[in-house]
Design a protein around this ligand. Structure first.
Ligand code: ASP
Length: 362
């Protein structure tokens, strides 16, 4: 039996932090400190290599260039390893997971992102268990010898979530992540119970197609009663701005005043792409349910259905990063590219088709 080969990519985050002796605040520390605190890893008898960020960072400092670094580390080592474990801070973990799910087209091997709420050196740390379980999932095969997990996922405490469906839900609970609109990929208890119906399966491995360009000319706007259309107009006229994720009410509703809708219509006419996601933690944008949602769709806003905010922002960056036109970006925002959303209306679904500017799938 070949021993599983796993590559750990250590980016930083609480898991590897230590307390500064003078200020008592937590700061990222190096990988050897982390591994010294988890001697049990040796009991797995895996071949483990590592790549580390120098210096390791708090995930609040993550930027698209760091996603590129992680994606390149995975793509460059893809054929050598059975799976990848990315150690990452929890604050922006869901953004990184979403970004990687788009950047690593055709990924067929497990990319398991984890971290912890307490540093690995603390007595009650959750880091040890998270790291060991992430390694086991990265090495897991199904009974035909194929990787059990063929996608980017977040492992945290009791659950494995699809990366682009997960969201950080608590700043201090050990179960820090949740997916409101998609079931868990696995439940961690005495054993690891995989949820085969929820796992992404591909008929056969295809060549990995990494794409590294992310265009950050996007921003987000939250609707609230009393939001001045004048401010909206100002935001929508920001030079260079290409896309806006608009967090609307309930099933994707917004004000029905002409002033508000004109502001949206004008922005869309000028070429801005506006994606409608709901402020509700769970549920979906359904533009056909209320007149107020229908008017937004009529004004040119694209329904984001049940996509998370993290996936919405990174998907926009990814599509603009490919240099697609406004119409092309709109088309792919309406489809699921990497299992990130459930499209409600059949006619707009082109599920699981990654954009390719060189072919006709636009
Ligand atoms: N601020 C930390 C980070 O995201 C929090 C954590 O890791 O839990 O890097």
């Amino acid at each position: 039996m070949m021993r599983p080969r796993i590559l750990i990519i250590y980016t930083g985050g609480t898991i590897g932090m230590i307390e500064d002796m003078h200020t008592h605040v937590l700061r990222p520390f190096d990988f050897s400190h982390l591994m010294e605190n988890v001697p049990k890893v040796k009991m797995l008898e895996y071949e483990i290599d590592n790549i580390q960020f120098d210096p390791p960072i708090d995930s609040s400092d993550m930027e698209p260039r760091h996603w590129e670094k992680i994606a390149r580390a995975i793509a460059d080592n893809h054929d050598t390893y059975d799976g990848f474990v990315v150690l990452h801070g929890t604050d922006t973990m869901a953004y990184t997971a979403s970004a990687l799910s788009f950047m690593l087209e055709n990924i067929y091997k497990p990319v398991i992102i984890t971290g912890s709420q307490l540093p690995i050196g603390e007595v009650r740390t959750d880091g040890e268990e998270n790291l060991i379980t992430a390694l086991q999932i990265a090495a897991a095969k199904d009974n035909t010898g194929h990787p059990m997990v063929q996608e980017v996922a977040i492992l945290f405490e009791d659950y494995l979530w699809r990366g682009n469906r997960a969201t950080k839900r608590s700043a201090d609970n050990f179960n820090a992540f949740r997916s409101n609109n998609y079931p868990e990929l696995a439940r961690i208890g005495l054993g690891i119970q995989f949820n085969r119906d929820a796992l992404r399966r591909k008929p056969a491995p295809a060549a990995l197609k990494p794409r590294y360009n992310m265009d950050n000319n996007v921003l987000s706007v939250d609707l609230f009663p009393g939001l001045s259309p004048a401010y909206l107009e100002h935001i929508f006229s920001t030079p260079g701005l290409k896309g806006v994720v608009m967090r609307s009410y309930g099933a994707g509703n917004g004000p029905s005043s002409d002033r508000f809708l004109d502001c949206i219509r004008n922005a869309v006419r000028r070429g801005l792409v506006i994606l409608n996601v709901t402020q509700c933690p769970g549920g979906s944008v359904d533009p056909g349910r209320y007149m107020t949602g229908d008017s937004l769709a009529g004004a040119g806003v694209i329904p984001g259905y049940d996509i998370t905010f993290e996936a919405a922002v990174t998907k926009m960056m990814f599509l603009f990063g490919m240099g697609l036109s406004q119409e092309q970006v709109k088309k792919f925002l309406s489809a699921s590219l990497a299992g990130e959303m459930t499209v409600l209306r059949r006619e707009s679904s082109r599920a699981e088709t990654m954009p390719d500017p060189n072919t006709s799938n636009l």
